[in-house]
Design a protein around this ligand. Structure first.
Ligand code: 13P
Ligand code: ZN
Length: 275
């Protein structure tokens, strides 16, 4: 089968397009990666043409030998659906999880996203934390979430609680909460270590003054997670723009009742008394 005909590639392209249409990907902002299933890679193997091994910039031994579909560095999400073979690539990792090689795509040159260390370290953490169920890591620059990193305390507690309060579905969609990474230089191992540490506990990590990372099982769930968090952030921005304080909101005991009815566990450390 041609790579571009494979269902996982079609799903990846559609998700990139959806992110672009949301306005989360100015210029080359954001990046996406998918951990390809062994049976999926077999369906496209005839088209794979491995290049040179290159260092990942970190070590991910638990992902040794795995294949990933990833966006290219400096590539624009608005072009992914128009010229996917220029904007994306399939990479293979070596037996130590230290090097990668491009096997398909990036036909006009280039390299995988500069955030490859963060993507792969997040994947590695999720392989352990979810028994391999999570396959998608998504980074975007959604404006409302970024705006909140200038006005809310940069703590997991503040972001989780504030965003849970803005829509009743939120604690059900991201019950484990949201992690926050203080401002750091992007594109390297240090921010990858900090982010993947949070991903042990959460499916969402916010990078202060930069953007958001989400992890999920498939394209729908991961896109839906980013969409839900950003929508909640948008509501909070609107509320704060009208007046500094909420006149009424969802209270800790309301969350506890919600958790019981929807069969989710909401950590008590996010249900602190505010007023
Ligand atoms: P890349 O173009 O290298 O993927 O970088 C975009 C980005 O959002 C960096 O954080
Ligand atoms: Zn970014």
């Amino acid at each position: 089968m041609k790579v571009l005909d494979a269902e996982f590639v079609q799903g990846f392209i559609r998700m990139a397009d959806d992110g672009w249409l949301q306005g989360w990907h100015e210029r080359n902002g954001g990046n996406l990666s998918y951990r390809v299933k062994p049976e999926e890679i077999e369906t496209v193997r005839e088209e794979l043409n491995p290049g040179e091994w290159k260092p990942i910039g970190t070590t991910v031994p638990k992902l040794a030998g795995e294949y990933f579909l990833v966006t290219g560095s400096g590539k624009y999400f608005r072009n992914v659906s128009i010229k996917p073979e220029d904007s994306c690539c399939i990479i293979e990792l070596d037996g130590q999880g230290e090097n990668y090689r491009v096997c398909w795509g990036l036909v006009n040159g280039g390299r995988p996203t500069s955030e490859l260390p963060s993507h792969l370290m997040n994947h590695e953490v999720k392989v352990v934390a979810t028994g391999g169920r999570h396959r998608v890591i998504y980074h975007a620059h959604p404006a409302n979430t970024i705006a909140l990193t200038f006005v809310l305390p940069l703590t997991d507690e503040a972001f989780t609680r504030e965003l849970w309060e803005m829509a009743t579905e939120c604690p059900v969609v991201f019950p484990s909460g949201i992690g926050v990474v203080h401002w750091m230089v992007p594109g390297g191992r240090d921010i990858a270590v900090a982010t993947s540490e949070l991903m042990k506990r959460y499916d969402v990590a916010i990078w202060a003054h930069h953007g958001m990372f989400c992890s999920g099982e498939d394209f729908d769930l991961t896109f839906g997670l980013m969409h839900t968090v950003e929508k909640s952030a948008e509501i909070l921005v609107k509320v704060r723009s009208m007046q500094p304080y909420k006149r009424q909101t969802i209270q800790p005991d309301d969350f506890r009742r919600l958790a019981a009815d929807f069969h989710v566990e909401l950590p008590e450390r996010f249900l602190y008394e505010k007023y």
